[in-house]
Design a binder for this molecule. Structure first.
Ligand code: O7M
Length: 259
């Protein structure tokens, strides 16, 4: 059975797109939210290689007989679904949280590295491995406050040297065998540095292009393998056309010129 990392790579190459839709729609009417989410997915699916759901979608809809219907629809449209759970607790609850999302059909979960390995993320990785699911790890977020956590200088316990927190997380992700690292497109210098550390072993998933100010071409050239795009697609007058334009930009950069 192919791993999540291999699977998404195959979808991406086949469809010549690296765009992951962040389907963060938030409507007060739950039925409308579900129907509109499905309709958007339908209209953009040719141009994206995966969909990512946030807790803001799962909370109102519920996981079972709710958000899992979007996951099933993504699978019918032949693409994986990622749960942006930002898992961040002690081991036994982390595992239970991940198990719920995997049971609902999600192919990967996103986790925070601040909880560490032992009795933190280790059991989540073990659970995921047993089911060929993926674990993506935050490395440097896209918002302004990211520097306060991911950007602080810390003492690396392995080497006894001072290092940036995000560099330590990139090293750890290699040891842990993470399926991906999340690095904001708003910080292309961080993408370059993290790419230097993990090379092509761990793909970089980059949110923050469009509304948050990140640039598609700059992020990809810095080393982002996938781009996570939300409002610039789902809030556009024509989400299908908006997703097509994003895809064309990355096709030129990643697929046509490199092949
Ligand atoms: O394109 P946007 O700005 O409308 O949405 C960006 C999406 O990426 C949204 O779903 C956020 O939750 C997510 N995201 C960030 O914006 N910044 C981060 O640093 C990390 C994420 C993310 O996907 O984390 C896994």
């Amino acid at each position: 059975m192919r791993s999540f990392k291999e699977n998404i790579e195959a979808y991406s190459r086949e469809k010549e797109t690296n765009i992951i839709l962040a389907l963060d729609l938030f409507l007060t009417d739950k039925k409308a939210q579900l129907e509109k989410s499905m309709a958007i997915l339908e209209s953009v699916h040719d141009n994206i290689c995966a969909v990512k759901l946030n807790r803001q979608v799962v909370l109102p809809l519920g996981l079972y007989s709710g958000a899992d219907r979007i996951v099933a629809h993504a699978h019918r449209l032949n693409m994986p679904a990622i749960m942006d759970a930002k898992i961040n607790d002690v081991g036994h609850t982390n595992t239970a949280i991940a198990a719920c999302y995997f049971d609902a059909g999600f192919d990967a979960v996103i986790a925070s590295p601040f909880v560490g390995w032992e009795d933190g993320l280790q059991p989540v990785f073990e659970l995921a491995r047993g089911q060929s699911k993926g674990v993506l790890v935050l490395c440097y977020m896209s918002h302004k406050g990211a520097a306060e956590g991911y950007g602080q200088t810390v003492l690396d316990s392995k080497t006894g040297k001072l290092k940036a927190q995000y560099e330590v997380f990139a090293d750890r992700a290699l040891t842990w065998g993470a399926d991906g690292l999340i690095v904001g497109a708003t910080y292309p210098d961080k993408i370059s540095r993290i790419h230097e550390i993990v090379k092509d072993e761990i793909p970089i998933y980059s949110p923050g292009v469009g509304v948050q100010g990140g640039d598609v071409e700059i992020a990809v050239k810095a080393g982002a393998r996938y781009l996570i795009v939300g409002r610039s697609i789902y809030s556009a007058d024509d989400p299908g056309e908006a997703s097509r334009r994003f895809r064309e930009r990355v096709r030129k950069l990643m697929f046509k010129l490199n092949s």
